[in-house]
Design a protein around this ligand. Structure first.
Ligand code: NAP
Length: 266
């Protein structure tokens, strides 16, 4: 779908990847509705991209309904808001688990359900879910995050098939570790070479544009080693689990999860 003249809602637009996605959609001619919790960041972004800011806490179910109600006319939904939800699950309270499920999984599904209906009626639209390579392969310290991100993958794949022929496309993005801005960057950690390197928010934004304009179902936004690791993890999960334990993947995931930047978002 051509983005020029379309309207797009980007959730998590106050964050590292969301800001890059919003700017990239604007550069392709879309009008923006940017959503998140930090009103000051959203207002500044909205002023830069000439869009509208809607503050909504997507762990609050009434706020999800309100956002969906206010955005019924959008042509594009980019469901990008998310929290790391990493670390050992036994450290999580039931309430923290609910919050992760609400934000990372329930809100994207509900927004897609409500917003796709008028898109189908108009015969045009696109829904993008921002998953993660952790939505293809789980590691130690990723159980809860992976549960939400695997869930997005399954929902996106099924919804894409449900909506085939309606003019509404569905895509799922799988970023690996992203440098320069966003939840991994905020940890301040230096990655050892074994982790396979990073991509950038601009790469995620370019993939979002490509997904919409070319109606691509799934796109990895990750380095070649990370993509090989994810592919291997799907065909040989026991092998990749053993390799993570043997070659440092488990330690890297633990260091990221125990950073203050991630612990504070539980
Ligand atoms: N960065 C990476 O390396 C990476 C890799 C793979 C996948 N991802 C995925 O990419 C997406 C964006 O991540 P990011 O790196 O840009 O993270 P980020 O910089 O931490 O941004 C997260 C965004 O989610 C919003 N958010 C958090 N809690 C919310 C809530 N309760 N209600 C509404 N919005 C809420 C934040 O809004 P406020 O700050 O205004 O609260 C912010 O805009 C996430 O889904 C993440 O899982 C990121």
């Amino acid at each position: 779908m051509n983005l020029d003249g379309r309207t797009a809602l980007v959730t998590g637009a106050s964050g590292g990847l969301g800001q890059a996605i919003a700017r990239a959609l604007r550069a392709r001619g879309a009008s923006l509705v940017v959503s998140g919790r930090r009103a000051d960041v959203l207002e500044a972004l909205a002023a830069q991209v000439g869009g509208r800011a809607v503050v909504a806490d997507l762990c609050d179910r009434a706020a999800v309904d309100r956002l969906a109600g206010e955005c019924g006319d959008v042509d594009v939904l980019v469901a990008n808001a998310g929290i790391p939800a990493d670390g050992p699950v036994l450290e999580y309270s039931p309430e923290q688990i609910e919050r992760a499920l609400d934000l990372n999984l329930r809100a994207p599904l509900l927004l897609a359900r409500v917003l796709a209906e008028p898109m189908v009626a108009r015969g045009a639209g696109h829904v993008v879910f921002v998953s993660s390579l952790s939505g293809k392969v789980a590691t130690a310290n990723s159980a809860l995050y992976s549960a939400t991100k695997f869930g997005l993958r399954g929902f996106a794949s099924g919804l894409r098939q449900d909506l085939a022929g309606t003019g509404v496309g569905v895509s799922c993005l799988f970023p690996g570790l992203i440098s320069e801005a966003g939840m991994f960057h905020d940890t301040g950690l230096d990655l050892p070479g074994i982790a396979g390197g990073t991509r950038t928010p601009a790469d995620v934004a370019a993939a979002t544009v490509r997904a919409i304009e070319r109606d691509v179902g799934e796109i990895d936004v990750a380095t070649v080693p990370a993509r090989v690791w994810a592919t291997l993890g799907q065909v040989a999960p026991r092998l990749i689990a053993a390799m993570n334990a043997r070659f440092g993947g488990t330690e890297i995931a633990a260091a990221i999860a125990s950073s203050e930047a991630h612990r504070s978002k539980r």
